[in-house]
Design a protein around this ligand. Sequence first.
Ligand code: NAD
Ligand code: UDP
Length: 335
Amino acid sequence: MGMPYKTLNASMNKKAKHRVLVAGGAGFLGSHLCERLLRGGNTVICLDNFSTGRMENLHHLLRFDTFSFVRHDIVEPIDFAVDEIYNLACPASPLHYQADPVHTMMTSVLGALNLLELAAHYKARIFQASTSEIYGDPHVHPQPETYWGNVNSFGPRACYDEGKRSAETLFFSYHQQYGVDIRIGRIFNTYGPRMRTDDGRVVSNFIVQALKGEDITVYGDGSQTRSFCYVDDLIEGFFRLMNSPTSIQTPVNIGNPGEFTVSQLAEQVIAMTGSSSKIVYRTLPVDDPHQRKPDITVAERTLGWRPTVALTEGLKATIAYFEHQLAPVSKELAI
Ligand code: NAD
Ligand code: UDP
């Protein structure tokens, strides 16, 4: 995995190197992005409040003398001279973003504002990690970027969904009013190594439950669908979008169009882990979207991007990661 991008890596390495700020860089996606940028020869400043992010995700990056990190909450203003900004700072799992809904909303809105101010000041290009939650519980399937969505402004998911929608609006407004160079990636469910064992999202939950021999908790009847993208594919999509021409300043879906029911995922994980876990059914959370699948025509046409990692292949790598995380020896090493 990662190898198909060798040619692109080589061409990108010839380009001028940048001083890049990655907000949320200690998280699951952010740590993969920092690694990718450092390998490309860039100087990377990882900014994180370490709420869901972990130092453990950054250990392997400390050997780069072009890497630094700062503990900071993007709700507060910052000032760093930078050429590029990636905004990934925001809890992404419903479990975590619903724990402090006010702070989640403020992270999306005030955080975006603070980073956009920075981008305007230093004339830096800025990327927003937006989400398929923009589409809510969609009435159009699959979801193209032109679909405006079906979102509840008042439910338990609203702090995240409406926060991310407001952030997109702020990005657009800074572009329109101040000419800020923006890129917006609408990310669909992404999984892979460096997710937390207590992340709470479906892929990590099912794998951890299967490896521990615990019941697999399917919410609802398991007929709801999601489209799962492996992290390497997603980071490649980020990278291509950030380095795309200035004409692409509208949101772009980045996700894997392969669509699976939650029950299918549970069965796949049980089969691949050889687990004796049983499937149990729990209440479907309020406003849980019934279906989700990206239309990636825009990404294919404008970025030449499409995912290359099949669900079975990505699950294999993710299961191996969690096996290592859960092994007693890895716990001892982590101390
Ligand atoms: P994550 O929780 O692992 O990472 C989020 C990171 O942001 C963590 O390191 C956390 O400590 C940091 N953070 C949170 N609030 C902050 C704040 N106020 N100030 C500074 N740092 C803060 O989640 P992830 O899956 O890596 O998601 C990264 C981004 O991608 C998020 O913005 C998320 O909304 C977006 N996204 C992810 C997915 C996905 O499936 N992984 C899907 C859609 C959108
Ligand atoms: N889900 C589940 N069991 C779990 C965790 C999640 O059945 O232990 C379901 C959840 O209700 C949703 C889907 O899996 O229908 C994806 O949930 P996740 O939290 O990963 O992402 P999101 O709901 O934000 O797409």
